[in-house]
Design a protein around this ligand. Structure first.
Ligand code: ADP
Ligand code: MG
Length: 441
């Protein structure tokens, strides 16, 4: 593929197309009160740029995109399109979602035409433009196919054609490649980038939400990092590398590391400023956490997390919850993208199987608020048993219903391994069983 130069750099900044100003979003909590998801977010999308927004899952990325698209009104602050405040769907904006929101009873052509029907474009013109968009995105020959006859990758191409057919000024994409297998995702990513670089689409700017750091650095001119709960912009990295970018090059790797370090710093901040709220447990299976500590120990107590993910053939994002868990338990700390074992992490790695459980149990009960709540509640009961619903209700005061269930599953997984408490699936009951538990040690 040919070597594209960076777009010309001028001293004047290109015009702002779309901007969020002081955007705060809160949702009512099921148990009362409000959950603040975005906190005074300022974001600009300028002419000729591809912007990537990365952040942990649940940090509010989709919410931010829906706000920019005018599909959701901010609680405070405003969205402006070419300087004008937006009320209702933002003009000039088209959106692509993670999953293929196609109408199953319509053909590819009809699905693509749909975007134009809403704009009141005449039938012949609709057809002409839809065929053109289908051709552009590599769906030629599939015009009369139905969505069910297409692979996931082709369906997502239809979603792109439907967004591009309206010739949007701004294209917003919410994890558009993350439901696809790696190869399919890469093909669609490079096809989109090629359309952009060759100016084959009239779109002036694109914003992409992703939890995939490499994807963000590969595609974008600017990576904005969102911190979580509530989400704020915590930093920005500009790849400043010509396309096509070589993912193996040291420059590319160093940009990935910069983004990673911002996210790691954010995790530290969250640990230090643990608020009276129950901190969210990273959803890492206990085996991955203990295995990670042992791997770091085997590597002389220090690993580059990104390299480790590569070696394990895991996405960095899939390893991160285990990294976060090791930090939370005090077994490791992060330094510049490296994970470094602490003394207690070393002790854990070197301990026998039974001693491991004991060390894990100590760490859990000293440092993990949710586990403390469970054990303290059980200790107050005679006999020490409690239904799971009780803890679910407790968690639902801090998290959405779905997240509360996930949090409970994590604490059960960790607590069972540590033998800190028992959970019986059949009865749905938590209990303390060992003598030590009952003695309240
Ligand atoms: P991301 O896309 O980064 O994974 P989202 O923007 O989907 O995050 O969600 C951020 C948070 O806002 C989550 O905790 C989610 O539960 C909450 N949230 C999103 N939409 C709603 C809604 N309509 N009502 C209540 N909570 C919501
Ligand atoms: Mg999302």
């Amino acid at each position: 593929m040919e070597d594209f130069r960076l777009r010309p750099v001028t001293t004047a900044l290109p015009a702002v197309l779309l901007e969020a100003r002081g955007v705060t979003v809160s949702f009512p909590r099921p148990g009362g009160g409000a959950a603040v998801v975005l906190d005074r977010v300022d974001l600009e999308l300028r002419d000729s740029e591809i912007l990537a927004v990365v952040g942990p899952s649940g940090s509010g990325k989709s919410t931010l995109l829906r706000i920019l698209a005018g599909l959701l009104a901010p609680t405070h602050g405003e969205v402006r399109y070419r300087g004008q405040p937006v009320h209702g769907p933002t003009p000039g904006v088209a959106m692509v979602f993670q999953t293929f929101a196609l109408f199953p009873w319509l053909t590819v052509l009809e699905n693509v035409e749909l975007g134009l029907r809403a704009l009141g474009v005449a039938p012949e013109e609709r057809r002409r433009r839809a065929l053109q968009a289908i051709d552009l995105i590599g769906l030629d020959g599939f015009e009369s196919a139905f969505p069910r006859e297409l692979s996931g990758g082709m369906r997502q191409r239809v979603a792109f054609a439907r967004a591009l057919v309206v010739e949007p000024d701004v294209l917003l994409m919410d994890e558009p490649f993350s439901a696809l297998d790696a190869l399919t995702a890469e093909n669609l990513r490079t096809d989109l980038l090629e359309l952009w670089l060759r100016h084959r689409i009239p779109t002036r700017a694109m914003a992409l939400v992703t939890h995939n750091i490499e994807e963000a650095v590969f595609l974008s001119d600017r990576v904005v990092v969102l911190g979580t709960t509530p989400a704020r912009v915590i930093g920005e990295v500009r790849p400043e590398l010509p396309h096509w970018r070589d993912r193996e090059s040291p420059e590319f790797r160093s940009r990935v590391d910069e983004v990673y370090a911002l996210l790691a710093g954010e995790r530290q901040r969250r640990l230090v400023h643990a608020r009276p709220l129950l901190p969210r447990l990273p959803p890492a299976p206990v085996g991955l956490v203990t295995g990670l500590v042992e791997l770091v120990h085997d590597a002389d107590g220090r690993v580059d997390v990104r390299e480790l993910a590569d070696e394990l053939r895991l996405d960095l994002e899939d390893l991160l919850p285990a990294v976060e868990a090791a930090e939370l338990l005090g077994f490791a700390t992060s330094h510049d993208g490296d994970l470094v074992l602490t003394d207690s992490g070393r002790a854990f790695a070197e301990a026998s199987v039974q001693d491991k459980k004991e060390l894990f149990r100590q760490a859990l009960l000293e440092r993990v608020r949710t586990a403390q709540e469970v054990v303290q509640t059980l200790r107050r009961r005679k006999p020490p048993r409690m239904p799971a619903e009780f803890f679910l209700d407790l968690l639902e005061r801090h998290f959405s219903a779905e997240e509360a269930r996930r949090q409970l599953a994590v604490v059960v997984d960790w607590g069972r391994y540590a033998e800190a408490f028992a959970y019986e699936e059949a009865t749905g009951e938590f209990s303390l069983e060992t003598e030590e538990d009952l003695l309240g040690l």
